[in-house]
Design a protein around this ligand. Structure first.
Ligand code: RP5
Length: 161
């Protein structure tokens, strides 16, 4: 099946974080594509990717970047698909720069921003699946089943010393 979620990131160095989003999409059997698309280093590719995403069948874009993290906002400006931004942890400011760059969009062009780092990437994968699941009962059922598994896991293992 062709991809319905696009997972993009500004650099190969973001993969360690962004693979968490892909792991969730793999687990929930949501077809996705992954690609390095940089707002700063490959701006023409970024524009083309965003402008053609909906026509290519994507329904949601997950975009991760670190530092002066323009990728999610610039992609959101060139598509009407929902964009989920993942602030990748940066060396200099621990991802606070990434977070503020992504979350502080001016009114009119939304980016759904998740937490800094791996937890954010995991949640971005889940949120993408939940958006798809609102229109696809099978995906929604797999999201619900995952939620039940995590709940049960806590109930079964919440033993304190
Ligand atoms: C951003 O700059 C990327 O998203 C990455 O988080 C950061 C550093 O990139 P590299 O110098 O590791 O390629 O564009």
């Amino acid at each position: 099946m062709s991809a319905i979620v696009g997972v993009i990131m500004g650099s190969t160095s973001d993969w360690e974080t962004m693979k968490k989003a892909c792991e969730v999409l793999d687990e929930l059997n949501v077809p996705y594509e992954k690609k390095v698309v940089s707002a700063h280093r490959t701006p023409d590719l970024m524009f083309e990717y965003a402008a053609t995403a909906a026509d290519r069948g994507l329904k949601v874009i997950v975009a991760g970047a670190g530092g002066a993290a323009h990728l999610p906002g610039m992609v959101a400006a060139k598509t009407v698909l929902p964009v989920i931004g993942v602030p990748v942890k940066s060396a200099a400011l621990n991802g606070l720069d990434s977070l503020l760059s992504i979350v502080q969009m001016p009114g009119g062009i939304p980016v759904a921003t998740v937490a800094i780092g791996a937890a954010g990437a995991t949640n971005a994968g889940l949120l993408a699946a939940q958006i798809v699941g609102a229109f696809d009962a099978d995906v929604q059922a797999r999201v619900a089943a995952r939620r039940e598994r995590t709940t049960q896991d806590v109930l079964d293992n919440a033993v304190l010393p």
